[in-house]
Write a protein that binds this ligand. Structure first.
Ligand SMILES: *[C@@H]1O[C@H](CO)[C@@H](O)[C@H](O)[C@H]1NC(C)=O
Ligand SMILES: *[C@@H]1O[C@H](CO)[C@@H](O)[C@H](O)[C@H]1NC(C)=O
Length: 326
């Protein structure tokens, strides 16, 4: 008996992360962080989370108070998360939006993304205090103009099946992927302790992440406050576009992000706007091992039901002559 409990203590990994699914809330040209108030914003986004998402999101208004539903399975998470949208560019120059499908483990959500909040890594909280984001907090990672793949947290996986996780590449896969392309965005987790935002939406944070959910390096003295390690995974269903006769004649890969400025995927980026209710996220991060069972959940059907109408009236689907806004 004693021997058994020692074995269990050694083998049972402690749980140091939240992983949950969120359905698509909306797909449209709005960007309340980078282009607040602009209708439409420069390029199309796919958005998940609370229904307070709008062209303008005043940082003095707590979205957790304003939103009345969320497309995420944890009902206390009314945050918003968004990325650009993937399009297929056919040999004749027409574009078509690539559909999204949900993480296979998390039920039949409509599109959307998988969201992670880690303490240190999957198995350990690192015995470090993790400080929750505060109402009004927002940040971005990556930039559409990036020309290098230096951030190890911004990666792609060519899915052989829905469970494939490696290898990760900085650029789009250069071959057809049998089960689609997964785009991965890890946000930075070191905060300056003062600013809820910064002019470029990045300088108040510092990235010591090494990608691949590996333990991050220590936070520097300029950004000493360790926050949850937030990451997003989006499964793009490229299967309808895997016929190589539709790909460019030179064999190059045919996918482009909705901002249109690169066809290698290095400009991949994501946005985060905090909106957890009360101290729900702090309580969870303080639990060791991390316990998600105190958080309230809703069914997949409830998550799928939370959507918002398009403020921007335009066609973003079907075969298009140009990317919306480009
Ligand atoms: C978004 O903002 C507009 C203009 O202020 C408002 O009319 C609309 O109801 C808002 N939408 C949501 C979902 O809050
Ligand atoms: C371009 O190619 C796609 C895929 O073959 C086709 O469905 C679409 O109609 C074509 N568009 C034009 C304008 O010819």
């Amino acid at each position: 008996m004693k021997w058994l409990s020692v074995v269990l203590a050694l083998s049972a990994p402690s749980h140091a992360y939240l992983r949950f699914g969120c359905a698509t809330l909306s797909v449209q040209r709005l960007d309340p962080i980078v282009e607040p108030g602009k209708v439409p914003s420069a390029h199309v986004h796919q958005i998940i989370g609370g229904n307070a998402f709008n062209a303008t999101m005043d940082p003095t208004i707590d979205v957790a108070q304003k939103a009345t539903c969320t497309s995420c399975s944890f009902t206390e998470d009314l945050s918003n998360y968004w990325t650009a949208v993937l399009y297929f560019k056919a040999r004749n120059g027409s574009y078509k939006r690539v559909p999204q499908y949900p993480n296979a483990l998390l039920g039949s959500l409509t599109g959307g993304m998988t969201v992670y909040y880690l303490q240190q890594d999957f198995n350990s909280n690192g015995n470090t205090k993790i400080t929750s984001f505060k109402p009004g907090f927002r940040m971005t990672v990556g930039t559409p103009t990036a020309k290098s793949g230096n951030n190890p947290g911004l990666r792609y996986t060519c899915l052989q099946d829905v469970m494939t996780r490696f290898p990760e590449t900085a650029a789009f896969p250069d071959k057809p992927c049998p089960a689609g392309i997964m785009a991965i965005h890890h946000f930075p987790a070191c905060w300056d302790g003062k600013n809820l935002d910064s002019p470029n939406h990045q300088d108040h944070m510092y990235n010591t992440g090494k990608g691949g959910f590996v333990t991050a390096g220590a936070c520097p003295s300029s950004h000493p406050v360790r926050m949850p390690q937030v990451a997003l995974e989006t499964m793009w269903d490229t299967r309808p576009f895997n016929d190589k006769s539709l790909w460019p004649a030179d064999g190059s890969q045919p996918f482009v992000w909705s901002y249109g400025s690169d066809n290698n995927g290095l400009g991949t980026h994501a946005d985060y706007l905090f909106g957890w209710k009360g101290d729900a996220l702090q309580r969870t991060m303080d639990s060791k091992p991390l316990l998600s069972n105190g958080l309230k959940t809703q069914s997949v059907a409830e998550s799928n039901k939370c959507t918002i109408p398009s403020t921007v009236k335009e066609n973003i689907d079907g075969w298009l002559d140009a990317l919306p806004g480009m």
